[in-house]
Design a protein around this ligand. Structure first.
Ligand code: F6P
Length: 470
């Protein structure tokens, strides 16, 4: 079997005890690499004036290799073009994009730098898999260095419709860079269709079926590979956490109140302020619920040097103060806000104990929190998932209470409906969603993508070929 080389901005290096890194991308990629010999290359997360040679770590059959970035590159590539231009535009927030040519130059330079470091390590039969919006031009930089390997690209975040994508400065150059990949994977049919429409309408690519394309001398394919979770693994973690040290403390602190939980990276795409506004509306509209519900919002800080993230941080904190100031009683705090990073066991515990999981992004590629919430539930007495129609996960988890996160009243009513929902209905919805998660277990995701990349006859909608999508 040929070697798999994964390249992503963040690398899920195991910790000192060899435990795997947490986080959606890290867990998903690690599950794929475990099955074969592989190399995982990317940024160390560190900034250094003069980056030393890459650091290498060997763990089982995986070699991890990470490189530092100089401060200017970190600023222009990561804080600049990747997270102030690509991130907002691909999340449909053209209004938030802050473009400079200098940042775009830094973005291209880091992609060249990655290619330069990676190039001498590559063998002709390696299969390469590049992840996410940070590394769109990497295939071009590798092809220019003579690498003819099969190279796939997977976008973990949304792909907007052509009208929005054309607001991206250098959009055509970036899309043409994507066509250097043999296979381009998306989370949902909607993302793949948006991209297909751009290809045919904006750059005039030819296609017989919206999945196989030709543009100039390039021939490439587009597929749908929704990321899953380790469903039994997360369920077990949640079951075990019920007997862990935090469980009794949590129970004691709730004094029988219904727990509602949100878990997000602090990001404007996650809809946290809309959600808190809806919670306020719920407490106004259903006053008999005051004192009977506790909302726990976990939202560790993210990308803190970027102004829009400081703004969302301030906006969320203001809402938390406002809601608690308005509704709290001597013996009840309606909203608990945790901005620390919690361990996976603690997250699994609060999800299992929760009567409601609130996953209401304004736009999200997939949202694995939604899937983990379902996995964490006790099938005999499951909580209810309230899920945004704009999360990629909604394409699979239609048995959740699907909401429009912009509609404050509808979201407030969905909270009430979830609290009232009879046990049989909760069980039926949970069972349906759990089966979908089992059919799309994370162990199949990477395998499906690599098969499609290396064997051209393999289906490009891998999930529907398993009969698993709705
Ligand atoms: O899901 C998209 C993503 O960019 C991942 O690639 C990344 O691990 C995650 O969001 C967190 O973002 P960051 O790496 O900027 O902290």
């Amino acid at each position: 079997m040929s070697r798999l080389v994964v390249i992503s901005n963040r690398v899920g290096m195991p910790d000192a005890e060899g435990r795997p890194a947490p986080g959606g991308l890290a867990v998903a990629v690690a599950a794929t690499l475990r099955e074969r010999e592989g190399l995982w290359f990317g940024w160390s997360g560190q900034v250094a004036e003069v980056p030393a040679e890459p650091t290498t770590l060997q763990n089982d059959n995986i070699t991890y290799m990470v490189t530092d970035l100089p401060p200017q590159d970190f600023q222009e590539y990561y804080n600049g073009f990747a997270n102030r231009v690509l991130w907002p535009i691909l999340h449909y927030r053209v209004d938030l994009a802050e473009f400079t040519e200098a940042d775009f130059g830094g973005y291209l330079r880091v992609n060249e730098f990655f290619a330069e470091r990676l190039s001498p390590l590559l063998q002709p039969d390696d299969v390469l898999w590049v992840h996410d919006y940070h590394l769109i031009p990497l295939a071009v930089a590798l092809r220019e260095r003579g690498h003819r390997n099969r190279i796939g690209f997977f976008l973990h975040i949304p792909m907007p419709p052509p009208d929005l994508l054309t607001a991206l400065p250098h959009h055509e150059e970036l899309v043409r860079a994507l066509t250097e990949y043999n296979l381009i994977g998306f989370q949902t049919e909607n993302d793949a269709d948006n991209f297909a429409r751009y290809l045919t309408r904006v750059v005039g690519a030819a296609t017989p079926d919206s999945r196989r394309f030709s543009l100039g001398h390039q021939h490439f394919r587009v597929g749908v590979f929704p990321v899953g979770v380790d469903v039994e693994g997360f369920r077990r973690l949640a079951e075990e956490a019920e007997h862990g040290p935090l469980a009794a403390k949590l129970e004691e602190s709730l004094v029988g109140r219904a727990l509602m939980v949100g878990v997000d990276r602090l990001d404007y795409s996650k809809g946290i302020t809309n959600r808190l506004d809806a919670y306020e509306r719920f407490l106004e509209k259903y006053p008999e619920r005051q004192g009977k519900v506790t909302c726990l919002q976990i939202a560790p800080g993210s990308r803190q040097e970027i102004p829009e993230y400081a703004e969302i941080d301030a906006a969320v904190s203001a809402r938390v103060g406002h809601i608690n100031g308005r509704f709290a009683a001597v013996s009840w705090v309606p909203l608990r806000f945790v901005s620390r990073n919690l361990g996976r066991e603690d997250i699994a515990l609060v999800m299992r104990r929760a009567r409601i999981g609130l996953v209401t992004p304004l736009r999200d590629g997939m949202n694995l929190v939604a899937k983990e919430f379902v996995a964490a539930q006790d099938p005999a007495d499951p909580g209810v998932l309230i899920l945004s129609q704009f999360a990629g996960a909604a394409a699979e988890l239609g048995a959740a209470l699907i909401v429009n996160p912009h509609d404050r009243d509808a979201l407030a009513d969905a909270i009430e409906r979830a609290l009232e929902m009879p046990l049989e209905e909760r069980q039926a919805r949970h069972q349906e969603m759990y089966s979908v998660l089992e059919a799309n277990h994370i162990r199949y995701w990477g395998h499906g993508f690599i098969e499609a990349l290396t064997r051209p006859g393999v289906p490009l909608n891998w999930l529907s070929s398993r009969g698993a999508n709705r």
